[in-house]
Design a protein around this ligand. Structure first.
Ligand code: 23J
Ligand code: MN
Length: 258
C-alpha cells in the first residue's frame, strides 16, 4: 500500500489525529501594540455582504479587513529589513510549509517569569532527551500563553515598562537561524520575539536573525499542549497574498493517536 493510503487509513482509524493549532480570528483577537512612534496594525474585522435578506436572499457572505500579522499568522522573510530581498509569502516553497515539529515546554518557567527567555542550553538539554532538532522542521515553543489569548490585556501583559511576554534570547535567535537545521519557530505569544525584545541588540532578534536567514515565524499558536515533544507533522497554510509580508494562517498538526 502507498504511504498516502496508509496515512488516509491512519486518519480513518484514529491512529493519526489532527490537532488545530490556530486561534479563532475575530474582532476580539489580540493584536500587537508597538510603542510610539511606530505605526500599528489594525485588527481583524468582518463586514456582512448579505445574510438571506434583500441583499442576497439565498446566501450569507462577508468581506474582511485586517493586518497580515493578526492572530495565528506566518512571518515571511521579507517582513524584516534583514530579509528584505528574501521570499514574500507567495514565494515560500510549499514543500517548506509541511514538516516535522518538536515542542519545547517552558510553560512552568513562563508562569513564574513572564519575561522568561529560551536559551541555547535549554535547546541542547531538549536534544539530549529527545534527539536533534528536525531538519526543515519546526521548533514549537510552548509557554502556556495560549490560555490568555481570549483577553488582549492578559495576552500582551503590558505595564508602564512595556509588554512582558516570554521569548528567546538574542543568542538563541542567532543559533536557531544560523546553526540549527529548523525551518521556523512557532510560538503562542503575539510575536516570535519576547515582549521586552525591542530593547535587545539587535532589536527584535528573532525576527532579525530568523527572517534574515530565510527562515519563518509562526505566532499565536493554540493547543501545543496536545502535541508530543517529538513525532508530529505540521501543515502551515498562509494565504497566497501577492507581495505579502505574512498572513493569517491555518496551522494543523498530525499527531499519533490511540
Ligand atoms: C513589526 C514590528 C515588530 C514586531 C512585529 C511586527 C511582530 O511581532 C510580527 O507580527 O511580525 S515584534
Ligand atoms: Mn508577524
Amino acid at each position: 500500500m502507498s504511504t498516502l493510503n496508509t496515512l488516509v487509513e491512519a486518519l480513518a482509524d484514529g491512529s493519526v489525529e489532527v490537532v488545530d493549532l490556530s486561534q479563532p480570528l475575530s474582532e476580539e483577537t489580540p493584536i500587537l501594540q508597538l510603542p510610539p512612534p511606530f505605526a500599528n496594525t489594525p485588527g481583524w474585522k468582518l463586514h456582512e455582504i448579505s445574510r438571506f435578506d434583500e441583499r442576497g436572499p439565498g446566501w450569507y457572505w462577508n468581506w474582511f479587513e485586517g493586518g497580515e500579522h493578526v492572530g495565528t499568522h506566518f512571518d515571511a522573510p521579507i517582513h524584516w529589513i534583514t530579509g528584505r530581498d528574501g521570499e514574500d509569502v507567495t514565494r515560500v516553497p510549499p514543500r517548506r510549509l509541511i514538516g516535522p515539529a518538536v515542542v519545547i515546554d517552558k510553560s512552568a518557567e513562563a508562569a513564574d517569569d513572564p519575561d522568561f527567555l529560551l536559551t541555547v542550553d535549554d535547546i541542547h538539554a531538549f536534544e539530549r532527551e529527545h534527539g536533534p532538532l528536525p531538519r526543515d522542521g519546526w521548533l514549537l515553543y510552548r509557554t502556556g500563553w495560549d490560555a490568555r489569548a481570549h483577553d488582549q490585556a492578559a495576552f500582551l501583559n503590558a505595564n508602564e515598562t512595556g509588554p512582558h511576554t516570554p521569548g528567546i534570547e538574542t543568542a538563541t535567535a542567532r543559533w536557531l537561524a544560523e546553526e540549527s537545521p529548523i525551518v521556523g519557530l512557532g510560538v503562542e505569544t503575539v510575536g516570535t520575539d519576547a515582549g521586552i525584545a525591542h530593547g535587545f541588540n539587535p532589536a527584535f532578534p528573532c525576527h532579525s536573525y530568523m527572517l534574515g536567514a530565510g527562515k519563518y515565524g509562526l505566532t499565536q499558536l493554540a493547543n501545543l499542549a496536545q502535541l508530543p515533544p517529538t513525532g508530529s507533522v505540521l501543515v502551515v497554510a498562509p494565504l497566497k497574498i501577492v507581495n505579502g509580508s505574512g498572513s493569517p494562517a491555518r496551522v494543523l498538526a498530525l499527531v499519533p493517536g490511540r
